[in-house]
Design a protein around this ligand. Structure first.
Ligand SMILES: C[S@@+](CC[C@H](N)C(=O)[O-])C[C@H]1O[C@@H](n2cnc3c(N)ncnc32)[C@H](O)[C@@H]1O
Length: 265
């Protein structure tokens, strides 16, 4: 576990190299009309209740809001790390002319998604059990809500290779320390930090917590922001336009950032 002074030195070096963080609160988002979709589609259909379900609704609404500008009739959208479909099902309901694929490595959670799809009557969702890296079909938009560790990077990489839009809200950033992918992701970061230093930054990115006013959260949030900035910079280096937001409301989750990228015209 790195000390804060070690991590702060890394952040200072990034800023001295002209790498600056800008992760504003998302502009006010248009809510999903949950009452207008089958009950199995919302988080309560995924067996969440109370505040937990409300927080998942906010997370989903933030991603749906970002998708509104990019989904076209016939778009193929992949929910990477979909689990039981808490994001993929509402997206399918909100964009009925799209086709949504549920991708997850855990067969048990995909079975729950299958039941929810059957009970909801949604016709535009397909199941694709397996790893992110195993997706071979064509798609235009890749999304991920709390896809752990390097799962986000695997999914983003696939999007970049396919020229697809990505919309990701990453979590469990510290897990990337175990990844065989190269980090930092961007050349800009790699000119400043080596892999060991980046792993320390990734580990500190998981310090975010529910008390948003705490010093611990502030430190973690800054580190999380830089890791997500590195992901967007890697996309910009291959010709993408990107954006980086904090979910609205910010207490939707401690892992409350969204990165978006689309190929420049
Ligand atoms: C924290 S859950 C999030 C589930 C859902 N997106 C949500 O927000 O409710 C992360 C999911 O990603 C899946 N996952 C992680 N890495 C993956 C990978 N490389 N390929 C496929 N699924 C993966 C896990 O099995 C898990 O179900």
């Amino acid at each position: 576990m790195p000390s804060w002074s070690t991590v702060r030195d890394l952040l200072d070096r990034l800023e001295s190299a002209g790498i600056h963080l800008d992760c504003p609160l998302s502009p006010e988002i248009v809510p999903v009309e949950w009452d207008a979709v089958p009950s199995e589609v919302g988080p309560t259909g995924g067996m969440m209740e109370g505040l937990r379900a409300q927080r998942k609704r906010w997370q989903v609404e933030n991603i749906v809001h970002m998708l509104r500008g990019v989904v076209r009739p016939g778009s193929v959208i992949v929910d990477f790390g979909a689990s039981s479909g808490n994001l993929g099902l509402p997206v399918a309901a909100c964009f009925p002319e799209s086709q949504v694929y549920i991708v997850d490595k855990k067969p048990r959670t995909v079975d729950i998604a299958r039941r929810r799809i059957e009970q909801s009557g949604l016709k535009n969702v397909s199941l694709y059990p397996g790893f992110v890296q195993e997706v071979t079909f064509p798609f235009e938009i890749g999304m991920g809500l709390h896809l752990c560790g390097d799962g986000t990077d695997q999914a983003q990489q696939l999007c970049l290779e396919r020229g697809a839009v990505y919309v990701m809200a990453p979590c469990c950033i510290g897990f990337i320390q175990r990844s065989s992918l190269p980090y930092p992701r961007s050349r800009l970061f790699a000119d400043v930090l080596d892999r060991q230093e980046y792993d320390w930054l990734a580990s500190a990115a998981d310090w975010t917590c529910r008390d948003e006013s705490s010093e611990q959260h502030g430190r973690g949030k800054r580190c999380m922001g830089f890791i997500n900035l590195d992901r967007n910079l890697a996309a910009e280096e291959v010709g993408y336009e990107t954006a980086h937001f904090t979910m609205n409301p910010s207490d939707a989750t401690p892992k409350n950032e969204i990165i978006i990228g689309k190929p420049s015209l």
